[in-house]
Design a protein around this ligand. Structure first.
Ligand SMILES: Cc1cc2nc3c(=O)[nH]c(=O)nc-3n(C[C@H](O)[C@H](O)[C@H](O)COP(=O)(O)OP(=O)(O)OC[C@H]3O[C@@H](n4cnc5c(N)ncnc54)[C@H](O)[C@@H]3O)c2cc1C
Length: 386
């Protein structure tokens, strides 16, 4: 009988990635953040083992598997306390978009580097005046001869400092007032007119967020990825993996926090029994575990649909998975901090900083409310209020 959820290969991948993650562990990650550095050693080792490019086509140096496998990698690294956020952006969004819609030259130029981790890409869609409403994107591309001239602003874009290029979502000038017709452009880090300002975030993570200004950035014709008129199809080829990967990120973080809390609740005794014997402590941890498992199941479904080529089905499932995973993560982290009492707030135990980090998955890449809007309108057929 075929396995219902995960194959033996998936279990083996989980075990191998988990072992790598535990070898680095939370201490490595905390130290990296404190030093203002990047988790380069882990990134390189994971790349060398083929984990970073597991979803990319074999013909371009990848592992030939899918978002299912890449999301397992991220979940297991997160469970070990050292999630690599750029996995969401570089191989999952940008790698997928280039693999599906790039020219042969773009594939040959970018995919081997994204797969072996030697090159990194960021992804910029959010704008200061558009936010959740991507129909209001105003970053505009106009043609000048065969070149493109790109002008606009982006905000909260992760990892631009370490990315060789950022995949920027713009729109063509004549589409400015019409329906959203997004176009994707590869903008090299050092392109003239492309500047970044780091945003101070109350987050303890090695990846930083940036506000970007594109001031008449001149790009060659081949900076455009995919068809100028393909619009949303291309964009969602990248956004669905992003949601699935964010779900995996949240589940990993939730599992990490829950594991810490369970270990603590087994040991810590202030009456006759360890505190884990009190149902007021045990039951919320059990609930957190159940909710993470359920979110994991939905994430597997979304990844499976995506890898099977069902973009529409994957879109709905990916939204639900991201929602469920973010909620499960926020609750698991909150309960973990509470389980440790005062130690939940100490630097030594390092859980309190996850309270902020957990909330990222509720806000990004699409907020909880926008997912509820999507499910209300698309799935349930309810009328729209905005
Ligand atoms: C750590 C971090 C990393 C990020 N990385 C990236 C990145 O790499 N690239 C990138 O492009 N972006 C990135 N983002 C941006 C992220 O995707 C946005 O923050 C997110 O899409 C929400 O947009 P906003 O912040 O403008 O919120 P807003 O759109 O201003 O929304 C504010 C609040 O209003 C609610 N709201 C808005 N509209 C509605 C409505 N119609 N109905 C009900 N509620 C509504 C929202 O749910 C939210 O709670 C990142 C953000 C964070 C925090």
């Amino acid at each position: 009988m075929p396995p219902v959820i995960e194959t033996d290969d998936h279990k083996a991948l989980r075990a191998a990635v988990g072992a790598l993650g535990r070898r680095y562990g939370r201490e490595y990650f905390t130290r990296t953040v404190a030093e203002g550095a990047h988790p380069t050693a882990l990134w390189k080792e994971a790349a060398g083992l083929g984990y970073l490019g597991v979803n990319l086509p074999e013909a371009y140096g990848g592992g030939g598997a899918g978002i299912t496998e890449l999301s397992l990698v991220l979940e297991e690294l997160g469970t070990a306390g050292c999630p690599l956020l750029m996995l969401i952006v570089s191989p999952a969004i940008c790698g997928t978009v280039i693999a599906r819609f790039g020219t042969e030259e773009q594939k040959r130029d970018w995919l081997p580097g994204l797969a072996d981790g030697s090159r990194v890409m960021a992804f910029g869609i959010t704008e200061p005046d558009a936010g959740s409403n991507s129909h209001r994107l105003t970053t505009t591309a106009r043609r000048e001869g065969t070149d493109w001239i790109l002008t606009g602003r982006k905000v909260f874009v992760s990892g631009v400092d370490l990315a060789d290029a950022t995949l920027i979502v713009g729109r063509t000038a004549d589409a400015r007032t019409g329906r959203l017709k997004p176009c994707l452009f590869l903008v090299p880090r050092e392109a003239e007119g492309f500047t970044r300002r780091r945003i101070d975030m109350e987050l303890s993570a090695p990846e930083k967020q940036f506000e970007l200004t594109l001031d008449e950035v001149r790009l060659p014709a081949d900076a455009l990825v995919g068809d100028e008129d393909a619009g949303l199809l291309q964009l969602f080829a990248g956004l669905n993996p992003e949601r699935i990967m964010t779900a995996a990120f949240a589940i990993g973080m939730g599992r990490y926090a829950l594991d810490r809390a369970v270990a603590y609740a087994r040991e810590r005794s202030v009456w006759q029994q360890p505190i884990g014997a009190h149902q007021a402590i045990a039951h919320p941890l059990a609930v957190a575990h159940i909710e993470l498992e359920l979110a994991g199941l939905m994430t597997r479904k979304a990844a499976h649909l995506y890898d099977a080529g069902d973009d529409a089905g994957a879109g709905e499932a990916a939204n639900m998975a991201k929602y469920a995973a973010a909620e499960a993560c926020v609750k698991a982290v909150d309960q973990a901090v509470h389980t440790l009492g005062g130690n939940g707030l100490t630097s030594e135990f390092g859980l309190a900083s996850l309270v902020n980090a957990a909330r990222v998955a509720r806000i990004a890449p699409v907020s909880r409310e926008m997912i509820l809007n999507y499910v209300s309108h698309r799935t349930l057929g309810l009328p729209k209020s905005y």
